[in-house]
Design a binder for this molecule. Structure first.
Ligand code: PHE
Length: 448
């Protein structure tokens, strides 16, 4: 970011549009695309989940990301301040909700982030050198059920996130993403190439691409909507914070479209990499959160230079997760710094410790706390469900209503100047009625 370059306000602006896209993509692309998307697709019967994911991303995803970025750009504030400035005092509550949601989300996100570090080291030690699905499943399950080891890595991941924030958000967010995400993209292409040439891969591709409409249930609809929001970092006011740095010369709707395409593209490629591995190695499609960690070592075992690729993959996965977790910690820290004038470093440390503590419960729910459930969900699932499937959709409804009813004229002007193109005319009823109604119906049905 170049402070104050293209912007009259003191907030500063992204040095270039590409910097803005990359930073937003750095937040969006993460465990959602590489860890969550593949196992959700596999669990929900493949093709139809993919089709719905694409539809929701292309409609709600693009529109809401545009809405959030524009809200930020117009208000020149982070979440809480932006809602207050544009909507009035009562809207502040949506800002609070987003901050709370970011807190909950990062506390379990960090547990999985820790797994990526652990798998990097396991690769180094050579303890994953097998393509036997049963053995890899056993390794994963024993690791996550251990009451101590994953907590150590969870702490490490949380500490890494906090260090990036303490060292300065701009550098942290922008620096790594540009090259490393390109590398990740190329690596995924190479891995797809490898897995596709293994016998039986075609069945996985069919599973991934062939829709079976009979699999659509209300529970699945809420899952797919929650996943789309989670993957694109929507409904948590994170894009509001990024938008607040976007100078007037940046075309927000095109930026949002780019970020959605990048995220969906990576998710799709990860599906093409992992679903065939399920059929090739005979992995249980219901493996859930372990799927990426079980299937990837099997692929590396079948490759020349597998250890190198394995190390590179888990390193890049860690970086992808880190750039997302930084974007989650920043608004929580920023909230306390702005509202209560606390010290940035101290706040970051305290918030991170609190997140770590909540995450302990999430981690233990794969082991000794497995049987402690509420509404049929263990703590990890509860944190995930309540943030992705409840709070994010509620906050997305709010963003939509704010744009459609409260700030439409300025919103339209910010996006299209004095013009009134067709897409903009379609967006007004979309924000006013369609998006809030669709999300509300999905939420309501999914909770029944
Ligand atoms: N989108 C990130 C991912 O896919 C997670 C995230 C969600 C980050 C919400 C910020 C806000 O990993």
């Amino acid at each position: 970011m170049d402070a104050g370059k293209n912007n009259q306000s003191t907030r500063g602006s992204w040095g270039s549009r590409i910097g803005f896209i990359l930073a937003a993509a750095g937040s969006a692309i993460g465990l959602g695309s590489i860890w969550k998307f593949p196992y959700m697709v596999a669990k929900n019967g493949g093709g139809i989940f993919l089709v719905l994911f694409l539809i929701i991303s292309a409609t709600l995803g693009v529109a809401l990301m545009t809405a959030e970025m524009t809200i930020g750009s117009l208000a020149q504030r982070g979440a809480v301040g932006a809602y207050e400035r544009l909507g009035g005092k009562r809207w502040k509550i949506i800002g609070y909700l987003s901050v709370f949601c970011a807190f909950i989300l990062l506390s379990f996100y960090s547990v999985v982030g820790g797994w990526t570090i652990a798998y990097f080291f396991k690769f180094m030690q050579g303890s994953l050198a097998t393509s036997n699905a049963k053995e890899l499943t056993h390794i994963f399950e024993t690791f996550v059920a251990n009451p101590v080891e994953p907590l150590f890595y969870h702490a490490l991941f949380m500490a890494a996130t906090a260090c990036v924030i303490i060292a300065g958000i701009q550098k942290g967010i922008e620096r790594g993403c540009k090259y490393l995400m390109t590398m990740l993209f190329l690596l995924v292409l190479v891995l797809i190439g490898r897995v596709m040439t293994l016998p039986g891969a075609i069945n996985g591709i069919v599973l991934f691409l062939q829709p079976d409409f009979s699999k659509v249930t209300s529970a699945m609809l809420i899952d797919v909507t929650g996943l789309a929001f989670f993957s694109m970092s929507i409904g948590m006011a994170i894009m509001i914070a990024y938008g607040s740095y976007a100078g007037k010369d940046i075309p927000i709707h095109r930026t949002a479209l780019n970020v959605v395409c990048l995220t969906v593209g990576i998710s799709f490629l990860c599906g093409l990499m992992i679903l065939p591995a399920i059929t090739v190695f005979g992995i249980d499609p219901q493996a859930g959160p372990g799927l990426t960690f079980i299937s990837m070592p099997a692929i590396f075992e079948q490759m020349a230079g597998g250890t190198f690729f394995g190390l590179l993959f888990f390193f890049l996965l860690f970086i992808a997760a880190l750039s997302s977790s930084v974007s989650l910690l920043e608004p929580v820290t920023g909230f306390f710094v702005d509202e209560y004038n606390t010290s940035r470093t101290k706040t970051t440390i305290i918030v991170s410790i609190l997140m770590f503590i909540v995450g302990i419960g999430a981690s233990l729910s794969f082991g000794i706390w497995k049987d402690y459930t509420l509404f049929g969900k263990n703590l990890f699932d509860l944190l995930d469900f309540s943030s992705s499937n409840l709070m994010m959709p509620v906050s997305a409804i709010a963003a939509s209503l704010l744009v459609g009813w409260k700030i439409w004229p300025v919103f339209a002007k910010r996006l299209a100047g004095n013009g009134n193109p067709l897409w903009l005319r379609l967006m007004k009823p979309f924000f006013r009625y369609i998006a809030p109604a669709v999300i509300a119906i999905i939420l309501f049905q999914g909770l029944q």
